[in-house]
Design a protein around this ligand. Structure first.
Ligand SMILES: Nc1ncnc2c1ncn2[C@@H]1O[C@H](COP(=O)(O)OP(=O)(O)OP(=O)(O)O)[C@@H](O)[C@H]1O
Ligand SMILES: O=P(O)(O)OC[C@H]1O[C@H](OP(=O)(O)OP(=O)(O)O)[C@H](O)[C@@H]1O
Ligand SMILES: [Mg+2]
Length: 330
């Protein structure tokens, strides 16, 4: 049983959120400095609501990302709302499949979910940023060897968790009978083997689940990735932009590392080509005028190769450090 209530009016939502958070605990709990960082703001109404997948493969990654972006919060066991310490933001933990609807039609100001879910929910949300995770495709699948063309499934039984997209897709292929689209909530791949479907529409990343169920990909309906979205009617435009920048800063930081090294001045032109940096490398003179110290951002995935190249080019004291966050511009 989850104690969160979201209604269509903004103030009652915040009130419900606060009620859910503080529950029936004594009033003193609301003054716990751990939970209420702004003693002057006992009244937490009007906070930005941020929808976060409550479980599934996105949950852990997103929670890590939000912490990396400096959103500090304490979530009570079994409670689906958590207030942030240093910002007027409340995280609401919701099923990934419902977040687009809450952001598009409810009072949730921002959220994180898949583009597949946004398309399926048919809602109007602002896509602020791709998050580089949850990359997969929504595909038509059928028992291996049975179907070469998706038109062969038109008019037949198709099982999916994406009924809106599936109906739309097959409507464009039908020449006679309407495709019988049935919606189930998970393990969709089992439905052909269990006699419920002639074909399915589900997500494919590596293809392992599909092949294990004896299926093959017939066609791709869409490619999808996890995105940061906002409610177009939110009153929290500035806070939304602040959160977008923080998350973007964390994502950029997690893609880059900082390499520092010393190099003889006469070899600097070679080293600069190896580490051009994002804008340009920082170069500082050393006591020994024949040498300079250089620091530059490098992509994490190329860092080891870059260090090899620097050493081969005559650099010494090469150090690689992690970056925890950044504000680098988009
Ligand atoms: N195998 C996958 N690879 C990459 N992204 C995926 C994969 N499966 C799902 N996603 C993305 O994550 C979103 C949420 O799916 P996920 O499976 O994490 O949630 P769930 O189905 O609610 O949880 P669970 O499957 O644990 O019950 C999907 O809409 C899609 O955008
Ligand atoms: O191509 P793959 O790498 O095998 O990934 C695809 C599978 O991942 C998702 O399932 P999930 O694990 O979320 O289970 P569910 O079907 O119960 O949601 C998706 O629904 C596919 O079944
Ligand atoms: Mg799933």
């Amino acid at each position: 049983m989850h104690r969160i209530a979201l209604s269509t009016a903004r103030a009652p939502v915040a009130a419900a959120a606060a009620a859910a958070y503080y529950g029936s605990r004594p009033r003193e709990a609301a003054c716990d400095p751990q939970l209420v960082p702004h003693p002057e703001r006992h009244d937490r109404r009007g906070e930005l609501l941020f929808g976060v997948p409550k479980k599934g493969r996105l949950h852990e990654k997103i929670v890590g990302m939000l912490k990396g972006a400096g959103l500090e919060y304490k979530r009570e066991a079994r409670l689906d709302i958590a207030h942030c310490r240093d910002l007027p933001v409340s995280l609401v933990f919701l099923p990934a499949a419902d977040i687009a609807t809450y952001v598009g039609e409810g009072d949730v100001d921002m959220g994180i979910t898949g583009e597949d879910i946004i398309a399926e929910s048919e809602v109007d949300v602002i896509e602020l940023m791709r998050l580089g995770m949850g990359k997969c495709r929504l595909s038509v699948q059928a028992p291996a060897g049975s179907t070469q063309d998706p038109r062969q499934l038109a008019g037949k039984r198709v099982v999916t968790s994406f009924p809106v997209l599936t109906k739309k897709y097959f409507a464009g292929l039908e020449t006679g009978a309407e495709t019988k689209v049935k919606c189930i909530s998970g393990s969709v791949e089992a439905s052909c083997g269990l006699g419920l479907a002639d074909g399915i529409v589900d997500l494919v990343e590596t293809g392992t689940t599909m092949r294990a169920a004896g299926l093959e990909e017939v066609s791709v309906i869409m490619h999808t990735e996890t995105v940061l979205i906002a409610n177009p009617h939110s009153h929290h435009k500035e806070l939304i932009e602040l959160l977008r920048k923080r998350i973007s800063g964390f994502i950029t930081a997690s893609r880059y590392m900082m390499v520092t090294y010393n190099v003889p001045r006469h070899l600097l032109h070679v080293a600069r080509q190896i580490t051009p940096g994002k804008k340009s490398p920082s170069i500082q003179p050393l006591e020994d005028e024949a040498w300079v110290a250089v620091s530059a951002l490098v992509e994490k995935s190329k860092a080891a190769t870059i260090m090899d190249s620097l050493e081969a080019a005559g650099a010494t004291d090469i150090l690689l450090s992690a970056i925890h966050s950044s504000r680098m511009g988009d």
